[in-house]
Design a binder for this molecule. Structure first.
Ligand SMILES: [Zn+2]
Length: 317
C-alpha cells in the first residue's frame, strides 16, 4: 500500500470537504504544528467550514462544505436529512437548516459509515432524528473500526449516534408527501453504501460511490474496492436518466454525463493499472507511467492525489 504524505493528504481532504476557501489551508499552526492525522485535523477544523445551501427541485436542498454533501427534504413530518456532516460544523449546519424552514430534524439517513457523513449523528439524534442506515453501517459505527487508508482507528460512536433502524437491501420511506427509495449497492466504497432516491423530485443521492471532480477514496478496510466502485457506478448509470439530478458524496451536484465520465475514468484506470501490474510492474513503476495524466490537473486536487488513487486501484487488481 502506498504511503501518503500526511500533510498533503490532510490538505487535500480539507479541500474536498469544502474547506479550501476558508483560509485554514494557509494556517500552518492548524495543519503542521502537531503530528496529527487527517481525521483529527478534519474534525478539529470543521468549525471553520463554509456551508452553502443549494436549492434543487421539489423542495430538496443540498448543504455543501461540512463534510459529505447533505441532502435536505423539509416538510410537515419534519426534516429528512441524508448524511450528517462533521460534528464541529453543527452551528453552521444548524443555521443553514434554519434558513430552509423551521421544521425540526426528524429523520436522518446515512449513506455509509464514514466520519465525514456520520459525526453529526449524535447531535441530530439529540435534536429528535431517528437514524436509518445499512446494517453494515450500524456495525462499523458500533465497533472499533480501523481504516488503513487514513491510518486511523475509530472508537465506537456514542449510543445516540448509532442508527436505530437498518435496511439490508431496499426500503421505501414515505415522508413529507413523497416517497424516498433506499437501495443497497453491495460492497462499493465501503460495505454499507446505499443510494437515496427522491421519487417526485427525481433526485438521486449516490453517497461516496461518486466523487464529482475528485479522485475517490476507496475504503478497502471496510469492504470497498475498485471493482465494487465500478459496479456501483454502472448501477447508477443504468438507473439515471438524462433528466435526473445526481448528488455525489463529494463535489458539485451533477448529472448522467458526469457520471458517465467518472465511470470511464474508473474503468480506464483499472484497465491500465491491471495490465501493468500483470506485467510485473511495481506500484511506483506504474505511478511513473502516469496512467491518469489526462485528468490529474482537474481531479487530483481533492482528497486523493493521482498517486493515492493509483495506489487504491493497484490494491484491488
Ligand atoms: Zn466515504
Amino acid at each position: 500500500m502506498n504511503k501518503l504524505d500526511p500533510d498533503i493528504s490532510r490538505r487535500r481532504f480539507l479541500a474536498s470537504a469544502g474547506m479550501a476557501t476558508t483560509g485554514i489551508l494557509l494556517a500552518p499552526r492548524t495543519l503542521f504544528a502537531q503530528a496529527e492525522g487527517l481525521v483529527q485535523t478534519a474534525r478539529k477544523t470543521a468549525a471553520d467550514a463554509t456551508v452553502t445551501v443549494q436549492k434543487l427541485r421539489g423542495n430538496v436542498r443540498v448543504l455543501m462544505g461540512a463534510g459529505g454533501n447533505i441532502a435536505v427534504l423539509p416538510g410537515r413530518d419534519g426534516k429528512l436529512l441524508i448524511d450528517a456532516g462533521f460534528a464541529g460544523a453543527r452551528p453552521k449546519i444548524a443555521s443553514a437548516l434554519e434558513s430552509i424552514s423551521s421544521d425540526p430534524i426528524k429523520h436522518l439517513i446515512n449513506t455509509h459509515w464514514h466520519f465525514d457523513h456520520t459525526d453529526g449523528n449524535e447531535w441530530m439524534h439529540d435534536a429528535g432524528a431517528i437514524i436509518l442506515a445499512h446494517t453494515n453501517t450500524r456495525k462499523h459505527l458500533s465497533n472499533t473500526t480501523r481504516v488503513e487508508g487514513w491510518n486511523f482507528t475509530f472508537t465506537p460512536w456514542p449510543p445516540g449516534a448509532i442508527p436505530a433502524e437498518v435496511l439490508d437491501d431496499e426500503r421505501n420511506v414515505k415522508l413529507n408527501g413523497t416517497t424516498v427509495v433506499l437501495k443497497y449497492y453491495g460492497p462499493a466504497h465501503t460495505d454499507g453504501d446505499i443510494s437515496v432516491y427522491f421519487t417526485d423530485a427525481d433526485i438521486l443521492h449516490v453517497g461516496d460511490t461518486f466523487w464529482n471532480g475528485y479522485y475517490p477514496f476507496i475504503d478497502y478496510s471496510t469492504g470497498g474496492s475498485i471493482d465494487g466502485m465500478i459496479r456501483a457506478t454502472e448501477a447508477n448509470l443504468a438507473r439515471v436518466t438524462d433528466k435526473m439530478v445526481v448528488i455525489p458524496g463529494h463535489g458539485a451536484v451533477g448529472d448522467k454525463s458526469q457520471l458517465a465520465f467518472y465511470r470511464d475514468l474508473l474503468a480506464g484506470t483499472r484497465e491500465k493499472v491491471a495490465a501493468l501490474k500483470k506485467q510485473g510492474k511495481s506500484l511506483d513503476e506504474i505511478i511513473a507511467t502516469k496512467p491518469t495524466a489526462a485528468t490529474d490537473a482537474k481531479w487530483g486536487n481533492g482528497f486523493r492525489t493521482p498517486k493515492d488513487f493509483i495506489g487504491d486501484v493497484f490494491q484491488g487488481v
